[in-house]
Design a binder for this molecule. Structure first.
Ligand code: MTE
Length: 313
């Protein structure tokens, strides 16, 4: 497969080349790279079960969608590189193992799903969400996924479960960033169970109506739009319900800078920069005001009633 990636890369097929190279997508369709190149993109998307149903409740494009090329070529994925512009290229050599998602811990019916199964079982819907990185850039993206609540309901959380822990893959051999132990790999994130059950919290397997490219966290990632982007963990292999607050990679790596909640809040600055404004991707000179909970106050403020939002960052 690595050879095929290289071949396609040299041909510079389209800006979406990374997506069309997806191994599991090709396998799912039982096609080789030659036939992929000869089929129109729309036909491919339909055959793979995409695009998903647009959810009209989440179709507000705010100041306009971010260009697809930017979303798929400007990435934070530290397992591969800390240079956002080089991730999309480097990640192509990632030898992604057979893709499964284990859901376990404090649940009555633990289950391991094949990555290809999830869209079939839970369906896919497209939602346009704002996304705000803690580094003060932002984007507006049509994600294809389903509410995480559907998956959690299926495994039946125990009454004692209070938190959900998400773990990404560990593969230092083909993820060069994991060869440096500067960060405590694998990437881990966590949510309180009620945050995880909130309707906004999505498990995402596609973007722009196509399967998620590797650089955006294939096969499945989390999207939590009212929290800083680092909470939206990519390439998840395990979801565990627990009664203990999980320690995320960023809490372990920089406890004075990154907390568990990480709700977007223009009133609480990062210790090294202001969070009042943000730079939308593609708009290199203009900045816009950052909104409390990234604009999702109505849907999530009730989760934090009684908490001092300045303290629980
Ligand atoms: N998930 C993993 N496994 N590794 C990462 O480095 N980076 C996070 C988040 N999820 C990251 C991750 C950060 S800091 C951001 S801003 C978003 O992914 C970026 O997602 P994108 O590349 O799709 O824009």
């Amino acid at each position: 497969m690595t050879k095929q990636y290289k071949q396609l890369r040299e041909n510079k097929v389209t800006p979406e080349k990374h997506f069309w190279n997806r191994r599991s997508f090709i396998q799912a369709m039982g096609l080789g790279s030659v036939s992929l190149l000869s089929l129109p993109k729309s036909a491919l998307a339909v055959q793979a079960g995409f695009p998903s149903e647009k959810n009209p409740d989440y179709n507000d494009s705010f100041d306009g969608l971010t260009k697809e090329e930017l979303v798929t070529n400007y990435n934070n994925f530290y397992e591969f590189s800390t240079d956002k512009k080089e991730v999309a290229e480097i990640v192509q050599d990632w030898n992604q193992p057979p893709e499964t998602l284990e859901v376990s811990g404090m649940v009555h019916q633990p289950q391991t799903f094949g990555a290809e199964e999830l869209a079939k079982i839970f369906g896919l819907e497209q939602r346009i969400y704002r996304f705000r990185c803690v580094e003060a850039w932002s984007m507006v993206v049509p994600w294809d996924g389903f509410p995480l609540r559907k998956l959690l309901d299926r495994v039946k959380p125990m009454g004692s479960a209070k938190y959900v822990k998400f773990t990404s893959f560990l593969d230092p051999e083909s993820a060069p960033g994991q060869q440096r132990d500067y960060y405590p790999w694998p990437y881990v994130e966590g949510l309180r169970l009620d945050e995880a059950m909130n309707d906004l919290t999505l498990l995402v397997g596609g973007v722009y109506g196509k399967p998620l490219p590797k650089q955006n966290g294939s096969p499945w990632r989390l999207i939590v739009p009212w929290k800083y982007g680092f909470k939206s963990i990519k390439s998840i292999v395990r979801i565990e319900l627990t009664d203990t607050m999980p320690t995320s990679l960023w809490m372990a790596a920089g406890p004075s800078e990154y907390g568990f909640y990480a709700n977007v809040n223009p009133e609480v600055d990062h210790p090294r920069w202001s969070q009042k404004r943000e730079r939308p991707l593609g708009n290199w000179f203009g900045k816009i005001d950052t909104l409390m909970f990234n604009g999702y106050t109505d849907q999530v403020a009730h989760l934090y009633q009684g908490m001092d939002l300045k303290r629980f960052y």
